[in-house]
Design a protein around this ligand. Structure first.
Ligand SMILES: C[S@@+](CC[C@H](N)C(=O)[O-])C[C@H]1O[C@@H](n2cnc3c(N)ncnc32)[C@H](O)[C@@H]1O
Length: 415
């Protein structure tokens, strides 16, 4: 005789669900609902149908999943994502493509919030792609349509809503420039062929899923996340899932209210200089987190190297990275004198000025860079950040729009 334990066992095997997490009665109700769809009264007959039909198993899964989600849920995670992406990842990987995963993405509010957070921070649109994955095809259909009701906007600033959505008869329609950044696919975290490959993603949001699994199943799930996350990547989980993550090989990123973790022993960013100005000096990364006036680094204790005779931008960038800001500026200015003005050199000089606590001079440098090359993406992004820091939200917004137009012209979502 087929009993409740059989259905619970099947769901656990199929999708990892621990019936205790939602209550056995919820599983029972789901089974009853499916039986009435088929006009069946005998659970044995329904069991035969269920075990013989992948379509029916998926239909039962659709009935038990909890798709509850909303935009910018646990906001701190999105603030941290944008900061890590702009200040750490972007300057360290010139030309690279940032890969993000929202698993499970449910009806799309989470991956779209990731894209909006990056957009708000001025991250170039052609340099990232978000994958949204969920077991529920119903939730994914909603995500693809991207039309939302008021439950999806709990606590969302109306100004943010206006920037990204158009009001339609069906609800709030997310605008295309954000929709295009996210690609959805159906997937079951426990499927043997689930997202093949390793170290694919720089940021993974896996929030409010692990709570539905028992301990052994949680451990398997964390193993999958470990495989998918890059060596220096960041994993975001739900507030009640942090203890579990700390019991694995992860350490806290120490970001308040972000519930973010690095792999234990993750190597710091490589120290070797990369072509300027795409690598932001460490001191500048810090300055973005606090008022520019507080960003001046105390005089360095190490001996100060003389500026190289033939100053190159890579050298200027390396000097800035080591905190030798005056020498970095001299080297950059010398480069400008020898080679003539260029957007790249002026943008680097802007970064150095900002790092030295001179935002007005930095703004002048970025503006000169944009005068030479109105589409220079790094200058647009850095100037937008700086103006936003100075409280010029409109100015920052105009630059971000320019940046998105430049990104759109230079290609779309690449993966
Ligand atoms: C509560 S929502 C979380 C959505 C979002 N991450 C958030 O925190 O707002 C849980 C989602 O997990 C999905 N899910 C459940 N089991 C899954 C599995 N084995 N693989 C992939 N997705 C799963 C469900 O379909 C549901 O959409």
């Amino acid at each position: 005789m087929t009993g409740a334990a059989d259905f619970e066992g099947l769901l656990k095997q199929a999708m990892g669900l621990d019936a205790a997490s939602i209550g056995s009665s919820a599983v029972e109700r789901a089974v009853q609902a499916r039986m009435s769809v088929h006009e069946l009264a005998d659970s044995q007959v329904y069991w035969s149908l269920l075990t013989a039909s992948a379509g029916e198993l998926q239909a039962l899964i659709e009935t038990v999943v909890v798709p509850e989600t909303w935009f910018f849920r646990d906001r701190g995670a999105f603030v941290t994502l944008a900061r890590f992406a702009c200040q750490d990842w972007l300057p360290a990987r010139p030309g690279g493509m940032l890969r993000l995963l929202s698993l499970p993405c449910s009806s799309g509010e989470e991956p779209y919030s990731m894209a909006m957070a990056l957009h708000e921070a001025g991250f170039p649109a052609d340099r990232y792609g978000v994958d949204g994955v969920d077991i529920s095809t119903r939730a994914l259909a909603h995500a693809g349509a991207a039309v939302y009701g008021k439950n999806s906007f709990r606590g969302v600033d109306p100004a943010v809503r206006q920037r990204y959505f158009d009001t339609t008869a069906q609800g709030e329609q997310l605008r295309d420039f954000i929709r295009q950044r996210v690609r959805f696919q159906q997937g079951n975290l426990f499927a043997p062929d689930f997202l093949p490959g390793a170290e694919i993603y720089d940021f993974i949001f896996c929030r409010n899923l692990l709570i539905y699994f028992d301990r052994a199943t949680q451990d398997r799930a964390v193993g999958v996340l470990q495989r998918l996350l890059s060596a220096r990547g960041v994993l975001f989980v739900g507030p009640s899932e942090t203890g579990l993550i700390l019991s694995h090989d992860f350490v806290s990123a120490k970001e308040p209210m972000a519930f973010a973790f690095h792999k234990r022993g993750a190597v710091p960013e490589p120290a070797k200089p990369v072509p300027a100005p795409l690598r932001m000096p460490a001191v500048q990364r810090a300055s973005l987190a606090r008022p520019a006036s507080a960003a001046v680094r105390p005089a360095s204790a190490s001996p100060r190297p003389a500026p190289p005779p033939k100053a190159s931008l890579a050298e200027a960038s390396a000097l800035a990275d080591q905190g030798h800001l005056a020498e970095a500026a001299t080297s950059c200015e010398e480069h400008l004198r020898r080679q003539g003005p260029s957007a790249q050199a002026l943008c680097l000089l802007g970064l150095i000025r900002a790092a030295a606590g001179n935002p007005e001079e930095a703004v002048r440098c970025y503006r000169k860079a944009l005068y030479l090359d109105q589409d220079h993406p790094e200058s647009l992004a850095h100037l937008a950040l700086l103006l936003a820091q100075q409280g010029d939200a409109d100015g920052a917004q105009r630059l971000r729009k320019r940046l998105s137009r430049v990104s759109e012209r230079s290609g779309g979502h690449e993966h």
